[in-house]
Design a binder for this molecule. Structure first.
Ligand SMILES: [Zn+2]
Length: 303
């Protein structure tokens, strides 16, 4: 049984964009604070990490250096697009291709290993985007999130922002996406069917209730709740835990304005890390080996 822990490195300005807040003055707290916190924890716990990187962010040399060091110690670097447009799938194929190619080449410069994986901004993919990923030589995507409760909450939040007369840059998937398999599969057309396309490693949900097993739900649930959620994925041969850099930050990281809209920021980050640690420790105790996501994807392809 394998466990992959991956981290989306969305900088603070992207969260400001979701909530319709001005992004210009947003601090760069993800690379400065969240990355070292998580990297230290992973090193202590012997957890392999896969970092999904927004290409544009590694134009900052401090960010590039930090990721090079992580790649040199054996972490995987994946591509989280170049610009992190939430509406990437509504743009033309040429622009999507450019976002993939620029994103992959920015990350590739930092890693001794080939970049193999992609995660789409906002978990939103389309048949065209998935076909372009394969054309670009990528081996897997990990974006599909067949989670009814997450979908419902996102729909309500977007409606609330619209009602307030504000603009969000986030978009909603086709609801049919919720029919997608909850275990790794090769995508068909439409992508929520099985087929012969790129490997998809869906973002994890629990068995039966299909609750979200991601950083946000673990940190909001606290250590006890996180253990319960982890019980809900036990028995799955391949578990894909997705975190965000934001899971390692709180309002005292210069984020008091954002914390008014983003309630998980009101929980102190060490407490959030305890919850993530509780879930990961339980899975490791039950026999899960921690691997990079490309290893998990390769195992899916083998079996
Ligand atoms: Zn993202």
């Amino acid at each position: 049984m394998l466990l992959s822990v991956s981290v989306d490195l969305d900088e603070i300005r992207h969260y400001c964009a979701i909530h319709g807040l001005p992004a210009a003055s947003a601090p760069e707290a993800i690379y400065a604070r969240a990355v070292p916190r998580l990297a230290d924890w992973a090193a202590q716990r012997g957890v392999a990490l896969t970092w999904f990187v927004v290409g544009r962010d590694v134009e900052r040399s401090e960010n590039a250096q930090a990721l090079s060091r992580l790649a040199a110690r054996g972490d995987e670097l994946g591509c989280h697009s170049y610009s992190h447009y939430y509406d990437l799938i509504r743009r033309g194929a040429d622009e999507m291709r450019r976002e993939i190619e620029l994103g992959v080449s920015a990350v590739q410069r930092l890693s001794p290993d080939a970049v193999r994986g992609f995660r789409a901004p906002g978990y939103t993919v389309s048949d065209t985007l998935l076909a372009l990923l394969r054309e670009a030589g990528l081996e897997y995507d990990s974006s599909v999130f067949p989670c009814p409760s997450y979908y419902a909450v996102k729909a309500i939040k977007l409606a609330a922002i619209a009602v307030r007369g504000e603009a969000s840059s986030s978009i909603l998937d086709a609801p049919e996406m919720l029919r997608a398999p909850t275990v790794p599969y090769r995508v068909g057309r439409p992508y929520w069917y099985r087929g012969m396309g790129i490997w998809e490693i869906p973002v994890q949900v629990t068995r039966r209730a299909r609750l979200p097993f991601i950083g946000t739900s673990l940190t909001m649930a606290g250590a006890m709740g996180a253990r319960l959620l982890a019980q809900g994925v036990l028995g799955q041969p391949l578990v894909n835990l997705e975190l965000h850099g934001l899971d390692l930050l709180d309002e005292n990281d210069g984020l008091s304005e954002l914390a008014k809209r983003q309630s998980d920021l009101r929980i102190p980050w060490p407490k959030k890390l305890d919850a993530i640690d509780a879930a990961v420790s339980l899975l490791k105790r039950k026999g899960y080996a921690s691997v990079r996501m490309n290893e998990l994807a390769a195992e899916a392809a083998r079996s």
